[in-house]
Design a protein. Sequence first.
Length: 563
Amino acid sequence: MASLSSLLSVSPYSGCKIQPSVIPLNKRRGVNNHVSCKASNNGEDSVNKFDRRDMLFGLGGLYGVATLSGKDIALADDWSLSPDVHNCKPVKPSAVGKKMDCCPPKIKEIIEFTPPVVPTPRVRPAVHLMTPEQIADLEKGIQMMKMLPEDDPRSFAHQAKVHCAYCDDAYKQMDSTMDFQVHENALFFPFHRAYLYFFERILCHLLEKPDFAIPFWNWDAPPGMCMPKIYTKPSSSLYDENRDKCHQPPKLLNLNYGGKEVKDPEIVDFNLRWMNDQMSVETAKEFLGKVIKRGNGPENGSGSIETSPHNNIHIWVGDPEATIHGEDMGHFYSAGRDPLFYAHHANVDRMWNIWQKMKDRPRDHTDMDWLNSSFVLYDENRKAVRIKVSQCLDSKILGYVYQDVPIPWKDTPPIRRPKQERSLGNLPPTIDFPQILSSDITTMVDRPEVASPEERINKNEVLVLEDVEYDPTLPLHFDVLLNVGDEGEDVRAGHIEFVGTFTNVPHGRTTYHKTSLHFVITKKIQQLGLEGDKKVAVKIVPNVNGGDRIKIGGIKIQLEDIE
């Protein structure tokens, strides 16, 4: 791990003011009252899984897939997803109250993507380490995009609409009546990688600098744990007025932000512990998300990083005082209007690169339907291009890498909160469901019975929140805790007892969504010494107004095969 002094050697472009006393603290955190700056506000499907996976490895292994053209892996019985871009429809986000045309210019011809020949990959820099020349190029490039006519697919206005179209149901799935959605499933990482790739190519073309690279907001390390200063100057093309006024530099970022302003001297330490927790997941389903097949509707199959901190940062940046709550970053239809969106997602993309290398083995999904799924985006020559997931697995093949910076969360694991003694008499009761989440819910949950410990080998113990209904147009958030009762107010992201979180970035229509949430708790059961317990306490804590718009249908723990 890098030394503390090197981590705190922040460039003038960071804007973060972090005192050495902030990092890391292992003593118990004091309880702080709510602080607000607003004066006015006191299972992946198994269809043909074996045969098709064998065929994939026969083609040269998982990493070999990234070098294949789209035609190379076309197989029969294809349930892959692609958007019906010829029948794009205006979207009508409930928060807006009127139809919005997020569709691209009429597409006459779609060309197939061919990986570029790049002798030396571009290096995407950390925002806080950019040189004055790099900053000037970025500002100039964004300004040039903003000056293009809106109907030019390379314009900044159109690039913002790309996110709106793909994320607010402007497209149906090809050969299906179901919506094509790139959030809350395993399309999340490859879509945003492809989206930023073409965005970057447009900037390179306009600037006439083929080696130009977009920056990443290094929010997973202390120097980047505040809004980047270069994006906050009103005179800059990087500025966006629809941001939370309370979260300007040097305000520190809370990676599990749920709408509450918390005054916390240990926020940096716990941000690092939470990053370690979220990046330590083992399987592709846990990290990338659930693979969705053609004909299946969108559901919450989010991977760890999409759930948090990705969603939380969207909410943290967006303006809660805007006419429409959360614009621009805080609402999916408008998120692409903020230049900071692209730096945010560059770091999300960087997390994929890091996770792939954390084990000495292939880690991505090998499902052929996922690999054959595709997106259609415009390139720097105004050409509509179809790019497949299989062509997005390796950033080097796309011609870019990320600047090497310290990764302190790798050496900052979650910690157990100060031990709380609990007698048999004060264990929480087992409550009946469904329950409206208007306040905390605490219940005892049975663990699955097994005849012998061997039955748990090659199995994950999974906490399932069943039939979770919620209003997708609101910024909703709740945390899930393990082995705590009514005394668990001090548990937070970064503690072992913290299982996970649900954060909804507003999107779509008012129709309630129903989903189930899955949290792998195998490691936490072991870390908390609960292997011999037949029941465990589960607590669900809503963190923002709107808990009455969430209903939990039930809670159970089940064993699932390790993929």
